[in-house]
Design a protein around this ligand. Structure first.
Ligand code: HEM
Length: 209
């Protein structure tokens, strides 16, 4: 039962990840209805926007594959390579996201929300990489859990926008600053409580010695 629930949640996550990536690629290359604020970004920050959207799309899909324990165990080499590409995609998208946060819609609250998320995204990615270079699998797994919970903000942001702006017709400029924080803080806390494992004492003393 527990296994079935885990499989269903993972499948749902993969589906939503592919959905957001497909929406992003469509927006970038095929959409005829580019929202006005995105047209502004294209005019002022085109390279950053491309780096952010392409890197983000790769990260959200590859990250979902990385989270699957069976895939990880069965295809270790695949896990290693997709992990490298995932971290490069986070670096690319996070750096561009940080640059774009300076001009984000919604005033200083939204700007600081996106900037903090970008910095944490980059920092947790770097810590995950450093942990695996040291061979510390437990710490690597924990940092990746935190990191991917931030990647999933791309889904939660759109769900919250759909509910508040789309369904409840709330004022976009009022809800967007709140959502710029709400899309990632609960994700990170949820990952910390439910998916981050305590590091075994032996692994801590090994890392220190
Ligand atoms: C987790 C760290 C992330 C940060 C800090 C971040 C930050 C930002 C910022 C600042 C903007 C511009 C908002 C504005 O101009 O008002 C933006 C737009 C956008 N981002 Fe991200 N982002 C992140 C992750 C992702 C991921 C993983 C994707 C997945 C594909 C993504 C897809 C998009 C899209 C499609 C837009 C265009 C606007 C829209 O349709 O909402 N982002 N992001």
């Amino acid at each position: 039962m527990k296994l079935m629930l885990r499989k269903s949640l993972w499948s749902l996550m993969l589906l939503l990840a592919v959905g957001v990536a497909a929406y992003t690629i469509h927006l970038l290359f095929w959409s005829t209805h580019v929202p006005p604020f995105l047209r502004e970004r294209l005019a002022s920050h085109a390279p950053s926007l491309y780096f952010h959207l392409l890197g983000g799309s790769a990260a959200i899909v590859l990250g979902a594959l990385q989270m699957n324990m069976r895939l990880r165990k069965k295809f270790t080499a695949f896990h290693r390579w997709t992990g490298r590409v995932y971290l490069l995609a986070v670096l690319m998208s996070g750096t561009a996201g940080l640059e774009m946060s300076v001009v984000a819609t919604g005033g200083w609250v939204a700007k600081s929300g996106f900037a903090t998320m970008a910095l944490l995204w980059l920092a947790t990615g770097l810590l995950a990489y450093l942990a695996i270079r040291k061979g510390d699998i437990a710490a690597h797994r924990n940092w990746m859990m935190r990191n991917y919970s931030l990647t999933l903000a791309a889904i939660t942001l759109r769900v919250y926008l759909g509910i508040t702006f789309g369904l409840l017709q709330m004022d976009f400029m009022q809800v967007y600053p709140i959502i710029s924080w709400a899309c990632w803080v609960p994700n990170l806390l949820f990952a910390q409580w439910f998916f981050v494992n305590p590091i075994p004492r032996s692994s801590i003393s090994n890392a220190v010695s």
